[in-house]
Design a protein around this ligand. Structure first.
Ligand code: G6P
Ligand code: MG
Length: 217
């Protein structure tokens, strides 16, 4: 059967969380806000605007709309500098074989990401050509756990929600997939992603047997 396999980007295909972290840390540092790796976990799957609000909240910093706009622009400019240096080597282990297998099985492949930089990143790491549809932060109004991003992706490739499978590393993303009525596959720690239908530490653990079962069921 032809299903839709929808991939989140950050933390699933590439480890851009480290670049988001570095860029946010600069803004936080300038404002005298302590921003740790643990705090960064809370920003996974969260939009840029919301991320800034969370960071300002950590430091109890109030800011004008103008200040926020400025910091958001600076953060993204900095982030884009990191992205500019990316290449194929930054694709997480096991991702390309899974994409290749799904393509060979004539399955639909889509991206469902909160990032407004999703397309340039897919281009940088040279895997945009695998995707039949890309839905990103420029296309949706409601952030995960709202299912909008995944429902749009499924719709674009002509698959129903029940025929859609989502790969996600964030709790909000797993919830979005579940709310959409899709099969959710958590990529990361089972302790964090317990709500997912299946959890794998990374893509190297995903077998073609498992993928075949998803296709046939
Ligand atoms: C993903 C990441 C978040 C990031 C968001 C927006 O969901 O997990 O950490 O804040 O995308 O990314 P952007 O590239 O638009 O700033
Ligand atoms: Mg993610």
């Amino acid at each position: 059967k032809k299903k839709a396999f929808i991939f989140d980007l950050d933390g699933v295909i590439v480890d851009t969380a480290k670049y988001h972290f570095l860029a946010w840390q600069k803004i936080a540092g300038r404002l005298g806000i302590e921003f740790t790796h643990e705090h960064n976990e809370q920003l996974k799957g969260v939009s840029r605007v919301r991320s800034l609000d969370i960071i300002l909240g950590l430091g109890g910093v109030e800011a004008t709309r103008e200040d926020k706009e400025k910091w958001l622009a600076e953060k993204n400019e900095d982030y884009l500098n990191y992205i500019a240096a990316m290449n194929e080597e930054e694709i997480l282990q096991g991702v390309v074989p899974v994409l290749q297998f799904l393509k060979a099985q004539n399955q639909n492949i889509a991206l469902g990401s909160a990032s407004k930089n999703a397309r340039p990143i897919l281009e940088k790491v040279n895997i945009l050509h695998y995707f039949d549809a890309v839905v990103d932060g420029n296309d949706v109004t409601n952030a995960k756990p709202d299912p909008e991003v995944f429902l749009r992706a499924a719709q674009l490739v002509g698959a129903s929600a029940t025929d859609s499978v989502v790969f996600e590393d964030s709790v909000a993303g797993v919830q979005a997939a579940n709310i959409a009525g899709m099969t959710s596959i958590g990529i990361g720690s089972p302790a964090i992603l317990g709500e997912a239908h299946y959890v794998y530490t990374d893509f190297t653990e995903i077998t073609t047997d498992f993928l075949n079962r998803l296709i046939t069921n």
